[in-house]
Design a protein around this ligand. Structure first.
Ligand code: ADP
Ligand code: ZN
Length: 596
């Protein structure tokens, strides 16, 4: 009880600090639960989705509690992003990394108790000199970011994270806050153990990212399809492509087709070029980066407006993580997957090459992904159920909810198609099978004697139009698999379908869905004041050498343009305008508002 009471008073104070530092009116989601625990000195593991506002849960206590908050973060780039954002809000912060040249000054400030936040890499933890340093001044909190790195069950195991326990145990009175966006039940339990956080210290937010609109479409012309998406979304975007070659190819073609700045990113690029492209993307308000999955970890850009996949991701987990990079600022964002039947066929073919112990697990991942792609129901519901949640059946913000597709029973046609595959020897591609089934006699059909088969010409009219989507669906579910030479063979439950023991339903996208749906960005179009505020933001960002979103987010500029504050007090009441930013930028924004 005593603790809860303490938490409550702590929360009141934290709310005032939230207002002063960040200019936000209230907490979001599980932020209050996490903060109440941290302020009461209780160790905590917070699992919150991307964009839910994890950094606030240690930045606020860092400024409120006596002593310094030590933040462990796995990537230098990530630390420097965080450092910039914290400083822009007037938080006393520093990083202690191999690329910093201000070590002396940082150590002096720490010893003098002048630092709210000290960012370090996990490698530091095992250095005795660092432990001594931490012992030389009061500590407020240990914050361990990307805490899933401590677990071998997680997807990014970093052995150095295992050293943190020893370091933190040396300061038993200092509370611990572990943070991650992705951890299943198994990984969560492991993190608690590894970092010495009690079981009841887990605070779990839902996985939902309500501002992301999910859509999945068949890929027929990726350049045209992604260029169309870019035309609808003028803001920054990420396009994931499966190989380096495809990354280069798509980046070149999209730049030509759209005239937008487009850059490639993959592990084959020279590291200087890679770092350059990433930095340019982070600073840009309209760049599109085409990348392999090598891109993303450590990208903290809040204003990414879309994430497109030009091929299927590895798993639902991968998909969630990659699409999660869209819309961290809470504004509407899109996740669009352009998938091909061949993606699944190839992935299933690869299953045969991996060792048997892992095969069943990999197949289950692929089946789950196929279920998401092939569903006629709500995409978000499938995603959230995959993560163990119990979501409502429709979200209203995915392609299937917005324009429900038609579901057709295609069992009979599937039996015809599969039997054509079987009778032609399981080695021909879809084009040939289509000719046989619809009775088209060409050279190859005659040569092979396929015009004499019982399946020749047994599909006509409306049914013939089902063949293509059906072949895609059968490949996605694994009833058709690719052969080495690009043909199709029977797999999965093909035999059960042929015997009539298994039904096949396919999803036919509605015509309405194919019509370009213009997604209204919340930003006003053609408002001279809003445009002027954006120009001013760009100018200030350049002066300070920071990305524009570090100055203010779009939502803050929108509110300025709509409410036209005339005084510093009015400006300071706008969400996102904290005391430090008001002092630094207030006069110039008021001036711009007066003149427009
Ligand atoms: P995460 O690390 O969980 O992905 P961040 O800490 O980067 O998320 O926060 C995401 C965005 O949400 C940031 O732009 C942050 O300023 C904003 N934000 C966080 N908490 C709040 C809040 N209580 N009210 C309004 N905006 C918030
Ligand atoms: Zn939905």
């Amino acid at each position: 009880m005593a603790t809860a009471g303490q938490g409550e008073t702590g929360l009141e104070a934290a709310r005032a600090e939230l207002r002063r530092l960040f200019g936000f009116d209230d907490f979001r989601g599980v932020q209050p639960q996490v903060l109440a625990r941290v302020l009461a000195g209780q160790s905590t593991l917070a699992v919150m989705p991307t964009g839910a506002g994890k950094s606030l849960t240690y930045q606020l206590p860092a400024t409120m509690l006596p002593g310094t908050c030590v933040v462990v973060s796995p990537l230098i780039a990530l630390m420097h992003d965080q450092l910039r954002a914290a400083r822009a809000n007037g938080i006393e912060a520093a990083t202690l990394t191999s690329v910093d040249s201000d070590w002396r000054e940082t150590i002096d400030r720490f010893r003098a108790g002048a630092l709210d936040l000290l960012y370090v890499a996990p490698e530091r933890a095992s250095q005795p000199g660092f432990r001594d340093l931490l012992g030389s001044a009061p500590l407020a909190l240990f914050a361990v970011d990307e805490a899933h790195c401590v677990s071998e069950w997680g997807h990014d195991f970093r052995p150095d994270y295992r050293q943190l326990r020893g370091l933190m145990d040396a300061f038993p009175q200092v509370p611990r806050l572990a943070l991650t966006a992705t951890a299943d039940a198994h990984t969560r339990a492991d993190i608690l153990d590894q970092l010495g956080i009690p079981r009841d210290g887990l605070v779990l937010a839902g996985f939902d990212r309500p501002n992301i609109r999910y859509a999945m479409r068949h890929r027929d012309n990726p350049v045209r399809q992604i260029a169309a998406l870019m035309a609808e979304e003028p803001g920054p975007g990420i396009v994931y492509a499966p190989t380096r070659r495809k990354v280069e190819d798509l980046a070149g073609k999209l730049a030509l087709a759209t005239g937008r700045p487009v850059r490639p990113y993959h592990a084959g690029l020279e590291s200087g070029v890679r770092a350059d492209n990433q930095a340019a993307f982070v600073a840009s308000e309209d760049m599109v980066i085409v990348a392999t999955v090598a891109f993303g970890m450590g990208i903290d850009k809040p204003d990414v407006r879309f994430v497109a996949h030009a091929g299927i991701p590895k798993s639902i987990e991968g998909y969630y993580q990659e699409t999660g990079r869209a819309g961290r600022d809470g504004d509407p964002a899109r996740a669009v997957m352009f998938w091909g039947a061949g993606d699944f066929a190839t992935a299933r073919q690869r299953l045969a090459e991996i060792d048997e112990a892992r095969r069943a697990g990999e197949r289950a991942r692929l089946d789950a992904l196929a279920g998401l792609v092939e569903t006629a129901g709500c995409r978000r519901a499938v995603l959230l159920r995959h993560f163990g949640e119990d979501p409502p059946p429709a979200c209203g913000n995915c392609d299937n909810c917005l324009a429900p597709p038609r579901v057709t029973d295609a069992t009979e046609t599937a039996r015809k198609l599969l039997s054509a595959v079987y009778r032609t020897g399981q080695s021909f591609g879809f084009g040939h099978l289509q000719k046989v089934l619809t009775g088209v006699e060409d050279e190859r059909v005659r040569q092979r004697g396929h015009d004499g088969l019982s399946v020749f010409g047994i599909v006509a009219g409306e049914e013939a139009r089902l063949l293509q989507p059906l072949a895609r669906a059968l490949q996605a579910r694994g009833a058709l698999v690719a052969t080495e030479h690009g043909g199709l063979a029977l797999g999965g439950d093909a035999r059960a379908i042929l015997k009539g023991e298994q039904a096949v339903e396919i999803v036919v996208p509605p015509r309405a869905e194919r019509r370009r749906r213009r997604d209204a960005s919340p930003n006003p179009v053609g408002d001279p004041l809003f445009d002027a505020l954006r120009d001013l933001r760009r100018e200030l960002a350049q002066e300070a050498q920071v990305p524009p979103y570090v100055v203010f987010h779009d939502a803050t500029l929108r509110e300025m343009a709509a409410s036209r504050p005339e005084t510093m007090d009015q400006l300071g009441a706008i969400a996102g305008v904290g005391a430090k930013k008001l002092e630094a930028y207030g006069a110039r924004f008021l001036d711009a508002i007066r003149r427009h």
